[in-house]
Write a protein that binds this ligand. Structure first.
Ligand SMILES: [Fe+2]
Length: 315
């Protein structure tokens, strides 16, 4: 049984899992020996019922992080202050170790795409996003953590590489970074670039948290499905990132075809095999492309109630 620390929570939380409703019963019954949980903010901020009760009880025993998918910090729409108010209220109640979202935009002109869309990376975009991060942090009264997105295209008019963009954003705003090493691999494969070169330039000193996840390799492209075990190449990136961040909090995302809790936890604990650095890690053989349909983005598994609320907020 885990007792929640009363100390200020740093980035060394250990190994965590996503708090998913299919695991609620197991968690409440067994209080498993997981270091911490990450909750999708939108799945809990609009619920006064069971999900809110569950996250309250979980937060009494474990460190919890709130991870959002609807901030749309890159959009040119006005910031959704109602959304931010509900996020702030949830954070006040749960007292998360930190609040995170993505370097992306999710919609425009009040229309929500329900996907995490990449930005053209330019100086103009940096000015725009930095100003919005400042406003979000002022509103929430806490530091924001932003994640590198997975992407399927690049913009021909981008002038800044993503690691440099995130470095500048963190330096200008004081925000922290969430480095998703699966997203690094997915985006690099889809763009035909080298994921190790991406890490060469990444500002690891700004990283608060790491994400691991599985993806669907479709031969010509990769879809960020979060519905299978972590691939060997991603474990290699994790080994390097974990060493470079001196052991940043690490979380496994599994959001489609979610197996039982023990299977997710066992996959998470494989991370221990890669904590001696990339040269010492014994990587498993790469898995073949499985050809399964893409079923999940972080938005797809949001509860119907939360989805409706988010849609309502932006219309
Ligand atoms: Fe992620």
């Amino acid at each position: 049984m885990t007792e929640k620390s009363t100390e200020v929570l740093g980035r060394d939380l250990g190994l965590g899992l996503g708090l998913r409703n299919v695991h609620f019963e197991h968690i409440l019954e067994h209080w498993p020996a997981v270091d911490w949980f990450e909750a999708i903010s939108e799945n809990f901020m609009d619920s006064g019922g069971r999900p809110r009760d569950v996250i309250r009880r979980v937060a009494e025993r474990y460190p919890v992080v709130l991870h959002g998918v609807s901030l749309s910090v890159g959009s040119t729409d006005p910031l959704n202050l109602d959304y931010l108010a509900r996020l702030k209220a949830l954070a006040a109640e749960i007292q998360p170790a930190w609040v995170s979202d993505h370097l992306c935009w999710t919609g425009i002109l009040g229309q929500n795409s329900h996907d995490l869309l990449p930005l053209p990376l330019t100086e103009e975009a940096l000015d725009h996003v930095a100003a919005r991060v400042d406003r979000v942090q002022d509103f929430l009264g806490r530091r924001l953590i932003l994640e590198n997105p997975s992407s399927y295209l690049t913009f021909s008019h981008s002038t800044v590489e993503e690691p440099a963009f995130l470095r500048a954003l963190a330096e200008r705003t004081g925000c922290g970074l969430l480095l998703d090493v699966n997203n690094v691999f997915v985006s690099a494969f889809n763009a035909g670039t080298d994921p190790q070169a991406y890490l060469d330039d990444f500002p690891f000193e700004r990283v608060v948290q790491l994400h691991l996840a599985g993806h669907s390799h479709r031969g010509t492209h990769i879809i960020d499905t979060h519905d299978c075990p972590v691939r060997a190449e991603v474990w290699e990136l994790f080994a390097r990132a974990w060493e470079a961040t001196d052991g940043a909090a690490t979380l496994l995302e599994w959001d489609g075809d979610i197996p039982n809790f023990e299977t997710c936890h066992a996959e998470l604990l494989k991370a221990r095999d890669f904590m001696d650095g990339p040269t010492h890690a014994a990587a498993p053989a790469p898995l073949a492309a499985d050809g399964r349909d893409a079923v999940s983005t972080p938005v797809d598994f949001m509860s119907p109630t939360a989805m409706a609320a988010v849609r309502g907020d932006q219309t």
